[in-house]
Design a protein around this ligand. Structure first.
Ligand code: KG4
Length: 344
C-alpha cells in the first residue's frame, strides 16, 4: 500500500511516499523536505504567518519531487496522510487542505495523523525496529514526554514537562549565548570544546519522585550566568554551553531510567529533534547497556519533522485497524491535541 505523508505542523514542509507492507518493515520510497530555518532566523524563532505562507509555496514542488523520484504516477497513491495536529493552526491547515484536495482529486481516502505519534513510531522505518511494548522519550522543540507504548495507538503518559520543552531549553539557552536559531545543534557543537563542570546549573525536578520535567528554571540560571559574566562571556561561552547541555541531558537520562525502573520495560525509543543530540545518545547508550535495556533511535534525518513518519504512522494505524480513512474531504486541524487521547 502506497501512503503519501504530508507534514506541515511547524517550520518544515515534508512530503514522503512509504510502502506500508502488510508484513515486514515499511519501506520509504522517497521523501523531500524543506526547512524554513533561514526564513525564521532573523526573528530568532518561528513566525507563524511566514511559516504558513512558505508551506503553501513548498508543498506542491516537494510532492512533485517525491513522485518524480519514485517514477510512480499519483494514481498509485492508495492513501493520503497529513499532520492534523498538534502544531501551528495556519501551518497545519496548509498540509490538511493540500492532502484533502489531492485525495479528493484522486478519489482516494485521507487520514489525519497526530504529529507525536509520527515521531514515536519513526524508529519503525529503521532496519532494526523496536518491539512493543516500549518506553518512548519524546523530545522535540515543543514537547518533552515519557510515554509507555503498548501497541500502535495505545499510549500512556508517564510524565511530561510542566513548562518548557527540552528543545526549548536548548533553543532559549542558545539564544542567550548569542547563537543562531534553532539553537540546539549550535549549542551542542559549541559544547564539544567546553568543560561541562565549569558552571553549576540546576537539574530541575531531578529528585521529584515522578517522571515530570521542568526546564524554565534552567534557562533563568543560564541568563543569570550570562549577566554575571558580562564582557567575559565570549571566553566562557563553550564552558557555559557544555554545562547547559549536561544539565538538560542529566535530567533526560535520569527520568528515562526512572521510567525504565517504574515500568520494568527493557526497551526505550528516543524520538524528536533533541534525539539527534550526540551527548544524549552517548549517555543513554552507556546507561542502557549497563541495565540491559535496548535503546532505539530513528535515523538522524527522521529525528526532526518529516513526511515519512506521517505516512508510516498512517500505514501502521491502518494495519492495526485503528485509522478511519475518510472518503469525504472536509477537514479540521487540532493545534492542541493530547497523544493519550488516541488510546482506544
Ligand atoms: O522534532 P523537531 O524537529 O521539531 C518539533 O516538532 O519541535 O525538534 C526541533 C528541536 C529544536 O528545539 C532543536 O533545537 C532541537 O530539536 N535539536 C537539537 C539538536 N538537533 C535538533 N537539540 C540538541 N541537540 C541537537 N543536536
Amino acid at each position: 500500500m502506497h501512503v503519501l505523508g504530508i507534514e506541515s505542523s511547524c517550520d518544515e514542509t515534508g512530503v514522503a511516499l512509504v510502502d506500508a507492507r502488510p508484513e515486514g518493515v515499511p519501506l520509504l520510497l522517497a521523501q523531500a523536505l524543506h526547512s524554513q530555518i533561514d526564513l525564521h532566523q532573523a526573528y530568532g524563532g518561528v513566525v507563524p504567518e511566514l511559516a504558513s505562507l512558505d508551506h503553501i509555496r513548498r508543498v506542491l514542488p516537494l510532492l512533485q519531487q517525491v513522485m518524480d523520484e519514485t517514477r510512480l504516477s499519483l494514481d498509485r497513491v492508495d492513501l493520503v496522510a497529513y499532520t492534523r495536529g498538534p502544531g501551528l493552526a495556519g501551518a497545519l491547515l496548509v498540509g490538511a487542505g493540500t492532502a484533502c484536495a489531492l485525495a479528493a482529486g484522486l478519489g482516494k481516502p485521507v487520514v489525519g495523523i497526530h504529529h507525536l505519534e509520527g515521531h514515536l513510531l519513526s524508529p519503525f522505518l529503521s532496519e532494526d525496529p523496536p518491539q512493543f511494548p516500549f518506553i518512548a522519550l519524546l523530545v522535540s522543540g515543543g514537547h518533552t514526554q515519557l510515554m509507555q507504548v503498548d501497541a500502535v495507538g495505545c499510549y500512556r503518559l508517564l510524565g511530561e514537562t510542566i513548562d518548557d520543552a527540552a528543545g526549548e531549553a536548548f533553543d532559549k539557552s542558545a539564544k542567550l549565548l548569542g547563537l543562531p536559531y534553532p539553537g540546539g545543534p549550535h549549542l551542542s557543537r559549541l559544547a564539544e570544546g567546553g568543560n561541562a563542570q565549569a558552571f553549576k546549573l540546576p537539574r530541575p525536578l531531578l529528585h521529584s519522585g515522578n517522571l515530570d520535567f521542568s526546564f524554565a528554571g534552567l534557562k533563568t540560571a543560564v541568563l543569570t550566568q550570562v549577566q554575571r559574566l558580562g564582557d567575559q562571556l565570549p571566553i566562557h561561552l563553550a564552558d557555559l554551553a557544555a554545562s547547559t547541555q549536561a544539565a538538560i541531558v542529566d535530567v533526560l537520562l535520569a527520568k528515562s531510567m526512572a521510567a525504565v525502573e517504574k515500568t520494568g520495560l527493557k526497551r526505550l525509543v528516543v524520538a524528536g529533534g533533541v534525539g539527534a543530540n550526540a551527548l544524549l545518545r552517548q549517555r543513554l547508550n552507556a546507561e542502557c547497556e549497563r541495565r540491559s535495556v535496548r535503546v532505539h533511535y530513528p535515523q538522524l534525518h527522521f529525528c526532526t519533522n518529516n513526511g515519512a513518519m506521517i505516512a508510516l504512522a498512517a500505514g501502521m494505524r491502518l494495519q492495526a485497524g485503528l485509522a478511519t480513512p475518510q472518503a469525504h474531504y472536509s477537514f479540521d486541524v487540532k493545534p492542541r491535541w493530547d497523544l493519550a487521547d488516541l488510546c482506544s
